[in-house]
Design a protein around this ligand. Structure first.
Ligand code: FES
Length: 148
């Protein structure tokens, strides 16, 4: 089990070191800022939504390793799928992090963050970008969400 934990840790740290989609897509038409007032970390999530499809997604962030890795994993999970499917991905992630039953197949690498649910202090780090996603899916006005 230790080897598996090490592997998970390695994948998470790789997402932190080389975050995927760490950019602002030029044609982004949805933008949500996420803010964790406990630590001051912040993140901006951008979506390009056309005809109900998330054709592109990116983020920029100043934050801890978990928050950056989680955002990186999020972008890979929702890029190229419909808004409705992205809502399901969000729901599965929320179930996972609150230790409820979840479908790992839709989460991609984000499944590797399951262990974070055992550390209440880090849950807000992992969920920061996901709250921003949920907000961006339901509202096309630019705005700010916080983890509080
Ligand atoms: Fe601030 Fe993780 S310590 S989001």
């Amino acid at each position: 089990m230790h080897d598996l934990d090490d592997l998970y840790q390695e994948v998470i740290m790789d997402h932190n070191r080389r975050p995927r989609n760490f950019r602002r897509p030029e044609d982004a038409n949805r933008k949500v800022e996420g803010f964790n007032p406990l630590c001051g970390d912040q993140l901006t999530l951008y979506l390009v939504v056309k005809d109900d499809l998330i054709s592109d997604v990116g983020f920029q962030a100043v934050g801890c390793a978990i928050s950056k890795a989680s955002a990186s994993m999020l972008t890979e999970s929702v890029k190229g799928i419909s808004v409705g499917d992205a809502e399901k991905v969000f729901a599965e992630f929320r179930s996972m992090i609150t230790q409820e039953d979840f479908d790992p197949d839709v989460l991609g690498d984000a499944e590797l963050l399951q262990g974070v649910s055992r550390y209440p202090a880090r849950i807000k780090c992992a969920t920061l970008s996901w709250h921003a996603l949920n907000s961006a899916l339901t509202d096309d006005e630019a705005h700010i969400v916080t983890t509080e």
